[in-house]
Design a protein around this ligand. Structure first.
Ligand code: GLC
Ligand code: MG
Length: 689
C-alpha cells in the first residue's frame, strides 16, 4: 500500500513538471492532434535541454525517425493527469461499464423473453402407448384353450420389448360369460377361467416392477343376471335389492295405446315402451316372479343397474375403490352412455331414425334420444371420476380413466365435451369408424384426422384407436399391406394411442368361422344365415405367437375357444421378429420414435393430401428435430411433393420405414426422392432451421 502511495506522489510531481514544461515550450508545429503534439513536443524539448547541458553538439533526431519505442514510466505518468487523458480515461471507463451492463441486460432480457422449452409436464397416460389385452385370446397357460392371467404374466417381456407402457385388460371378473366377461356376477373376484386373485396380484406386482401400468375394465351399466343382487332383486318387490335394477310395470293396454306387435291380453301385456337393446330386439324382459319388466340395454342376461338408487351408486364406487386398493392404475369405463334413462317410461317411445335397410328390431332403427348420454349419466360419471381423483390425491398418483363412448350422428359437440370433463378422455373411434375399403385416399384420411382433431375441446388431449374386441381388424378393413401405415397414424399423430392385441403383427379377421364355432351372442342371436353380420368373433381369435402346431404358441390345446386364424403360419410374432422390414419391427420403431418430444408435444402440420399420399409433420423445435411422415394409402406409386409448411428444409434422414425403397439412415432430398408404393411408409427426420 505504502509503495503505491509513494508512487502516487511521485507521479503527481512529475506530472506537474511536465505541465510546466509544456506551457513554456513551443509545440511542434503543424500537428493537429493534441496528443500527438504533446508527446513529440516533449521529446523535442528534452533533447534540446540535454544538448545545452552537455555543451556539445547533439545531433537532432528527426521526429518519428525510428519506430516508436514507447515512453518511459516517468513520461507516461507525467501526462496521465492532463485533463484530456483524465477525460479520455473516464470516457473509456464509463463506456466500458455501460457496455458491460448493456450486454448483461440484453442477455437477461433474451433469457426472459425468449420462448422457453417447456418443462415436461405430461402425465403417464399421455406419454405411453396403451395395449389392449383381450385376456381370453392372449396366452393360455393351463391348456384349456382359453387365455388366462398367468398367460398374460408370461408375455410381459414381449410387451415391454414392444415399448408399450400400459395394458388395458377386458373384464376378468367372475362371470357366466354370456358376453365374455361383460356380464359380471362378482365385481370383486376373478373368474376361475382366468385364474385367482393371487395370480392377479402377482401379475400386477410384476407389471409394476417392470414399470408397466394396468387399466381395468369397469362395467357399471349392467351386471349379470346371475349376480346375487339380481337374483335377490327379481325375487320380490320389497327386498333389500328390489330397487337395484330398473323394474317397470307392464303397459296397461286398457288405458294406454299398445303396440300391435304385443298382445295386451297376455299376462305380460306390453313392455313400457319401444326401446331396443344393442344386440337386437326389445330392451325389456318380462319377469314371471316379479310380474314386471326389467331393462336390459344389452343381453337379457345383462340387466341394467338402477342408478337412481343411491345404494347402487355407492356399490359401484366401492368397487372402484376395491381395485384401486389393489393398486390398479386406471379404468376403462364400459358402455357409459347408457347409465341413466328417462324415467317417464310410458311416454318416451324413441322416434325412428329412418335409416335405410334396417329392420325394426335393429338398435339403429331408433334415435336414442331418451336413453343415451343423459345429464344424470354425466353426473354419475363425474362422481366416479371424483372417487378416482380423491384416491389419486391421497396415493399421489394419477388414476387414469377412459370412457367408452360411441359418437353417433346424434351426439352433439357439447356431449363430447362433457365426456372429456368427466374422464381423461373418451375413446376416439373416428379411425375405427372411418377407415375401410372406401377410405383409401390421402384426402379421405386427411378428412378423418382433421375432423377428429377438431372435435377435441380446447386444452384436452386427443387419442386414437384402430381396433378393439367389438370391431373388425384394421388389417382386414384396409388390407394387410397398409397395417404399418395405419400404425403410423395411430402412433405418430398427437394423442394417446391404443393398440388392439395383434395389430402389431397385422393380424386379420378370421372370416370363415362357422356358425357352430361362433361364440359371440351378437352373432348367435342372428342365426346361421346372418350370424356373420354382427359376430365379433373374427377379431377375437387367439394371438399368433409362432408357427408351431397345434395353436401357434397360444395354447397346447388344439381346441382353442375360438379357432386359430389359419394364416398363423405366415403371420406371427416369431417370424416377424426376424424380418427386418416386418410389420412388427416397424411397429416397435414407431413406438420408440413416439417417445420423442416432437411427437408427444410437437405441433402437427397436415400436408395437402393427394389420391395416394397422406403426409404430416411433427415439430417441437427448441433444438429438437422435426419429422415428416409420408404414407401411401392408395393403390398407385406416387412421388411426394414437399410443401413449405410441412418441411422447410430440403433434406432429411430416414428414421422409420415400411417398404423396400428406403433404408434406415438414408439421407434423402424431401421433395425429390420420396416415391412411395402402396402401403409404403417413411418417416424422415429433419431440421426446420
Ligand atoms: C361394450 C363392450 C362390449 C360389450 C358391451 C356390453 O360395448 O365393449 O364388448 O358387449 O359393452 O357390456
Ligand atoms: Mg387357460
Amino acid at each position: 500500500m505504502m509503495k503505491e502511495h509513494d508512487y502516487g506522489k511521485e507521479t503527481s510531481n512529475v506530472s506537474l513538471t511536465g505541465l510546466r514544461s509544456l506551457s513554456t515550450e513551443e509545440p511542434a508545429g503543424g500537428h493537429v492532434n493534441t496528443a500527438f503534439t504533446a508527446d513529440h513536443g516533449t521529446e523535442f524539448a528534452n533533447s534540446k535541454a540535454k544538448e545545452v547541458e552537455a555543451g556539445e553538439r547533439v545531433e537532432q533526431r528527426p521526429l518519428c525517425s525510428k519506430p516508436y519505442a514507447g515512453m518511459s514510466k516517468e513520461e507516461l505518468l507525467q501526462f496521465s493527469q492532463k485533463p484530456f487523458w483524465v477525460g479520455l480515461r473516464w470516457a473509456g471507463f464509463i463506456t466500458f461499464w455501460l457496455g458491460f451492463f448493456a450486454i448483461v441486460a440484453a442477455v437477461i432480457a433474451l433469457i426472459v423473453l425468449e420462448e422457453k422449452c417447456p418443462e415436461e409436464s405430461l402425465d403417464w397416460w399421455q406419454t405411453e402407448v396403451i395395449y389392449q389385452v383381450y385376456p381370453r385370446s392372449f396366452q393360455d397357460s393351463d391348456g384349456d384353450g382359453v387365455g388366462d392371467l398367468k398367460g398374460v404374466s408370461s408375455r410381459l417381456d414381449y410387451l415391454q420389448e414392444l415399448g408399450i407402457g400400459t395394458i388395458w385388460m377386458n373384464p376378468i371378473y367372475k362371470s357366466p360369460m354370456k358376453d365374455f366377461g361383460y356380464d359380471v356376477s362378482d365385481y370383486v373376484d376373478i373368474d376361475p377361467i382366468f385364474g385367482t386373485m393371487e395370480e392377479f396380484e402377482h401379475l400386477l406386482g410384476i407389471m409394476h416392477e417392470k414399470g408397466l401400468k394396468l387399466v381395468m375394465d369397469f362395467v357399471p351399466n349392467h351386471s349379470s343376471d346371475q349376480h346375487p343382487w339380481f337374483v335377490e332383486s327379481r325375487k320380490s318387490r320389497d327386498n333389500e335389492y328390489s330397487d337395484y335394477y330398473v323394474w317397470v310395470d307392464k303397459r296397461d293396454c286398457n288405458t294406454m295405446s299398445c303396440d300391435t306387435s304385443c298382445s295386451g291380453n297376455q299376462p305380460q301385456g306390453c313392455p313400457p315402451n319401444n326401446w331396443l337393446s344393442v344386440p337386437r330386439g326389445s330392451a325389456w324382459k318380462w319377469d314371471q316372479t316379479r310380474q314386471q319388466y326389467y331393462l336390459h340395454t344389452y343381453l337379457a342376461e345383462q340387466p341394467d343397474l338402477n342408478f337412481n338408487n343411491p345404494k347402487v351408486v355407492k356399490e359401484m364406487q366401492d368397487i372402484l375403490l376395491f381395485w384401486l386398493d389393489k393398486g390398479v392404475d386406471g379404468f376403462r369405463l364400459d358402455a357409459v352412455s347408457h347409465i341413466h334413462e328417462d324415467t317417464d317410461y310410458y311416454n318416451k317411445d324413441e322416434p325412428p331414425s329412418n335409416k335405410p335397410n334396417i329392420t325394426a328390431d335393429d338398435y339403429k332403427y331408433l334415435k336414442h334420444i331418451y336413453t343415451l348420454d343423459l345429464p344424470d349419466t354425466i353426473e354419475r360419471l363425474r362422481e366416479f371420476r371424483q372417487v378416482m381423483n380423491e384416491y389419486g390425491t391421497t396415493a399421489e398418483k394419477h388414476i387414469f380413466s377412459v370412457n367408452e363412448v360411441y359418437i353417433t350422428e346424434y351426439t352433439d359437440v357439447e356431449t363430447i365435451t362433457k365426456h372429456y370433463d368427466v374422464a381423461d378422455m373418451p375413446f376416439n373411434f373416428d379411425l375405427i369408424g372411418g377407415l375401410g375399403p372406401e377410405c383409401h385416399t390421402g384426402a379421405c384420411i386427411y378428412g378423418l384426422v382433421n375432423t377428429s382433431l377438431g372435435m377435441v375441446p380446447e386444452g384436452r388431449w386427443s387419442n386414437w384407436v384402430l381396433g378393439n374386441h367389438d370391431e373388425g381388424r384394421i388389417a382386414s378393413k384396409m388390407g394387410g399391406t397398409y397395417e404399418s401405415a395405419m400404425n403410423a397414424l395411430l402412433l405418430l399423430l398427437p394423442g394417446t394411442p391404443t393398440t388392439y392385441y395383434g395389430e402389431e403383427i397385422g393380424m386379420l379377421d378370421h372370416g370363415s368361422i362357422t356358425f357352430n364355432e361362433t361364440r359371440d351372442p351378437r352373432g348367435l342371436i342372428l342365426g346361421p344365415d346372418r350370424y356373420q353380420e354382427h359376430s365379433r368373433d373374427p377379431a377375437r381369435t387367439p394371438m399368433q405367437w409362432d408357427s408351431s402346431e397345434p395353436s401357434a404358441g397360444f395354447s397346447t390345446n388344439p381346441e382353442t375357444w375360438l379357432p386359430m386364424h389359419p394364416d398363423y403360419k405366415t403371420i406371427n410374432v416369431q417370424l416377424q421378429v426376424m424380418i427386418d422390414n416386418s410389420t412388427l419391427n416397424t411397429y416397435k420403431a414407431l413406438v420408440a420414435l413416439r417417445a420423442k418430444r416432437s411427437f408427444q408435444e410437437g405441433d402437427l402440420v397436415l400436408a395437402t393430401p393427394t389420391d395416394n399420399l397422406f403426409a404430416f409433420s411433427r415439430n417441437f423445435k427448441h433444438g429438437e428435430p422435426s419429422y415428416l411422415c409420408v404414407m401411401n394409402v392408395g393403390y398407385e406409386a406416387e412421388l411426394y411433393a414437399s410443401s413449405e409448411d410441412v418441411t422447410a428444409n430440403n433434406e432429411g434422414e430416414v428414421v422409420v420405414k415400411y417398404g423396400t425403397r428406403f433404408k434406415i439412415g438414408d439421407k434423402i432430398k424431401i421433395d425429390e426422392q420420396i416415391q412411395l408404393d402402396p402401403g409404403e411408409l417413411v418417416v424422415v427426420e429433419f431440421y426446420f432451421y
